[in-house]
Design a protein. Structure first.
Length: 121
């Protein structure tokens, strides 16, 4: 592999069943598996980029995360737990895929209030 694709954006509902938090959708891996397989075929690395976490993580001025209203992720432990769960699922699935160069926890353009985040246990 010799080329780098900047990112492969996704939103949490591609993997997590919104009606059953903490459960994967039946077709959870369809989009990401396909994107990674295409990258592998072309010799391109991908960075998996979470654009939309449960509860929203962008401020009201920046609604490109698939959620509306204030960024509830930063103040709601249940949403934070769901995001930790999501990344555990993604990391377990793709840990042995050489085309996955890395993970971007959140799209960098977000208005992230770092003083309200907590570290997972």
């Amino acid at each position: 592999m010799h080329r780098l694709r900047r990112n492969r954006p996704f939103i949490h509902t591609l993997v997590e069943d919104e009606r059953h938090p903490g459960m994967r959708r039946a077709d959870a891996w369809h989009y990401l598996d396909d994107a990674i397989a295409q990258a592998e075929q072309r010799g391109i690395y991908v960075i998996l980029d979470l654009h939309g976490a449960a509860g929203g993580r962008a401020g009201e001025k920046e609604q490109h995360d698939g959620c509306t209203g204030p960024a509830a992720l930063w103040a709601t432990p249940a949403y934070q737990d769901r995001t930790v769960w999501l990344w555990q699922q993604v990391a377990a699935r793709y840990r042995d895929r050489p085309a996955v160069a890395g993970y971007s926890r959140y799209c960098p353009q977000c208005e992230c209030p770092t003083t309200t985040t907590r570290r997972p246990n």
